[in-house]
Design a protein around this ligand. Structure first.
Ligand SMILES: [Fe+2]
Ligand SMILES: [Fe+2]
Length: 260
């Protein structure tokens, strides 16, 4: 285990059983190879593409994931609120006005108090509370004592994500985007030291339309018919980023995209 750097692995939205299988097949080896200290993954699409089950949650924990973030699809299963109340490492976006569970997690990783926050964007999405105000409040109170703060900003619109990152540049350690399921090639360190990437991608079938079998998505988009989506099993990958955080300065010194 490296103590010069805190190595954090963040995995994109896990899309159904093909995505779960990728975690089973690849996570342990990657953790060992990259000396990973903390694993964060977005679980909102784990259960056949929508939501998360208790079995998913315990499976992910057994596979070595420490914190599960989510997004707009976390509510797809009837017992979502019960699961969020039961497991404190499973997050829903913090800016839902009045929901079960929590939008942040705190833990001691290698002697460093790390905070993980989950937020939802508002452009081309549902009108939740203001993510800017929500994070400002959390930084002043609930997660004030954290010296490393990592945010999963689950949002559709690139401009909202990068604007959000610039607004909190220097106040948070790293912001990664999720929800579009498409990995972007814009990882960077902003002027005041915050690490950033618009979207870390997906865990599941890459030969797909955002992780789903193409036929059903085509049917829906072309004919405007409601068709159930099915997770793709073709050309499966595990995508995300690894951030190396200096344990003295608490700043990101490197962001590396992975797609394996
Ligand atoms: Fe998603
Ligand atoms: Fe989403």
């Amino acid at each position: 285990m490296s103590y010069n750097y805190l190595n954090v692995l963040m995995l994109g939205d896990i899309i159904g059983m093909p995505g779960v299988k990728q975690i089973f097949l690849k996570l342990a080896e990657l953790k060992k190879k990259e000396k990973i200290n903390l694993v964060i993954a977005n679980c909102e699409n784990s259960d056949e593409g929508f939501g998360v089950t208790e079995e998913n949650i315990t499976t992910f924990k057994n596979y070595g994931i420490d914190v599960l973030t989510s997004g707009n699809h976390i509510w797809s299963n009837d017992n979502a609120s019960d699961l969020l109340n039961k497991y404190d490492f499973v997050l829903r976006p913090a800016n839902y006005p009045n929901a079960a569970g929590k939008g942040y997690w705190m833990g001691d990783i290698c002697g460093i108090t790390v905070g993980v926050v989950n937020l939802l964007g508002r452009y081309f999405m549902i009108p939740v509370d203001c993510p800017f105000q929500t994070l400002s409040k959390l930084l002043k109170k609930e997660i004030k004592k954290c010296s490393v703060i990592i945010v999963d900003f689950h949002a559709e619109y690139f401009q909202e994500k990068i604007t959000f990152a610039y607004d909190f540049d220097g106040q948070i350690t790293l912001l990664f985007g999720t929800h579009t399921h498409v990995q972007t090639a814009d990882e960077m360190i902003l002027p005041k030291g915050t690490g950033y990437i618009t979207d870390i991608g997906l865990c599941g079938g890459l030969d797909s339309i955002i992780g789903m079998k193409k036929e059903e998505v085509l049917e829906k988009m072309i004919n405007q018919i409601i068709v159930p989506y099915i997770p793709s099993e073709e050309n499966c990958v595990m995508q995300g980023i690894i951030a190396r955080i200096d344990t003295v300065s608490k700043k990101v010194i490197e962001i590396k995209r992975i797609s394996i």
